[in-house]
Design a binder for this molecule. Structure first.
Ligand SMILES: C[S@+](CC[C@H](N)C(=O)[O-])C[C@H]1O[C@@H](n2cnc3c(N)ncnc32)[C@H](O)[C@@H]1O
Length: 345
């Protein structure tokens, strides 16, 4: 841990691959053996603490956040002082040499670090991250853009880098409906609610059993009651969970320590479902954040998703302070909104 405190804000990397061999495509990246995955995570400097899978994908809780492995897509989200971008080279190598898969798109996103000076290279600045990405990614990913999406507060901006080839391989559909990715970052959590993510000294529980209790006690299990949940409670505090429901995932990570409290919620969803109101209400109820950002990534943002998000958050006592849109070549759009509490807590 950094001397100053634990960095809750995650770095998130999403890589898409393609291949010609149908026997590999069916399971694709899921066929990577556990040793190879561990080598990738070693480069990032984190480890697997728990895992679950279904017919569509595998979800791993990590010592620092989460990993999702689909046949042609991998999502790694890591916090603290991990070196997430160092996973790219080994992943490209293993996917190509063990599975015959080729990288066709890369998306890297993160919020603003609470302790930027504690980050190791290449996460020392967004400029360093972009230089590293530019130098590491193969030339077929020719459509590239880096952007810092601002908010009204200098300490809350959304950093996005995308690189894609011209195959349009990263758009995802669920029963013909386009999927979005929603990433919520919350700081200044209600200190009483944050206590739910501390363990009692000497509780003699395992990380799994203590995690399960937190999932139930806090109401996290009600966000998507259909999801199969894999959860873990750290000692003395901290919590991570992955939920899997068909080919959709959700994930929550909590750093509850006062002074640098942070929680994140992320999921994929379809614009046709009207669950975003329920999700926002539950997530805000569980954490009561002083500040919250919501980022939506999708290929077409004409459906006004942000108005639904803003009205759900405003109904829960938060006020929308900013809304920024940006488009990325061959990689869709991102809408970034920030909210703060209306009342002094
Ligand atoms: C890994 S979890 C959740 C990460 C997530 N990005 C977040 O901050 O919301 C981080 C929390 O667990 C605590 N923690 C306790 N032991 C830990 C360990 N061995 N590795 C990582 N975090 C640990 C940290 O102090 C922090 O409160």
């Amino acid at each position: 841990m950094a001397v100053s405190g634990f960095e809750g804000f995650e770095k998130r990397l999403e890589l898409h691959f393609f291949g010609d061999d149908p026997t590999f495509i069916q399971m694709g990246l899921r066929k990577l053996d556990f040793d190879s995955l561990q080598q990738v995570l070693k480069a990032v400097q984190c480890t697997v603490v728990s895992a679950v899978g279904n017919a569509y994908f595998d979800a791993y809780v990590l010592s620092e956040s989460s990993l999702f492995v689909y046949p042609t897509k991998i999502i790694i989200k890591t916090c603290g002082t991990t070196q997430l971008l160092k996973s790219i080279c080994p992943l490209i190598y293993y996917a190509h040499h063990h599975l015959g898969l080729t990288l066709c798109s890369c998306r890297y996103t993160r919020g603003s670090f609470i302790f930027p000076m504690s980050q190791p290279f290449p996460h020392t600045s967004f400029k360093d991250e972009v230089t590293y990405l530019e130098e590491t990614l193969p030339a077929n990913l020719c459509y590239r853009k880096a952007s810092i999406m601002p908010s009204k507060s200098a300490s809350h901006s959304w950093h996005v880098f995308t690189a894609t080839d011209d195959s349009n391989c990263q758009t995802l559909y669920d029963n013909g409906h386009e999927l979005y990715t929603m990433e919520i970052c919350m700081t200044d959590l209600d200190p009483i609610l944050a206590r739910n993510f501390f363990r009692l000294p000497g509780d003699e529980k395992t990380g799994d059993s203590a995690g399960k209790e937190m999932t139930e006690l806090t109401g996290i299990c009600d966000i998507n009651p259909e999801a199969l949940i894999c959860d873990f409670a750290f000692d003395p505090c901290g919590y991570s969970m992955n939920g899997i429901d068909g080919h959709r995932y959700s994930t929550i990570h909590v750093t509850p320590e006062d002074g640098f409290s942070y929680a994140s919620f992320e999921c994929t969803g379809s614009f046709e479902d009207d669950v975003v109101y329920h999700i926002m209400r539950k997530v805000i109820q569980i954490f009561r954040p002083g500040t919250m950002s919501v980022s939506i990534t999708c290929s077409d943002y004409s459906h006004g998703m942000w108005t639904r998000i803003a009205s759900a958050a405003e109904a829960m006592g938060l006020k929308c302070r900013s809304c920024t849109l940006d488009e990325f070549p061959a990689a869709g759009g991102v809408v970034f909104q920030t909210f703060t509490t209306r009342r002094k807590k």
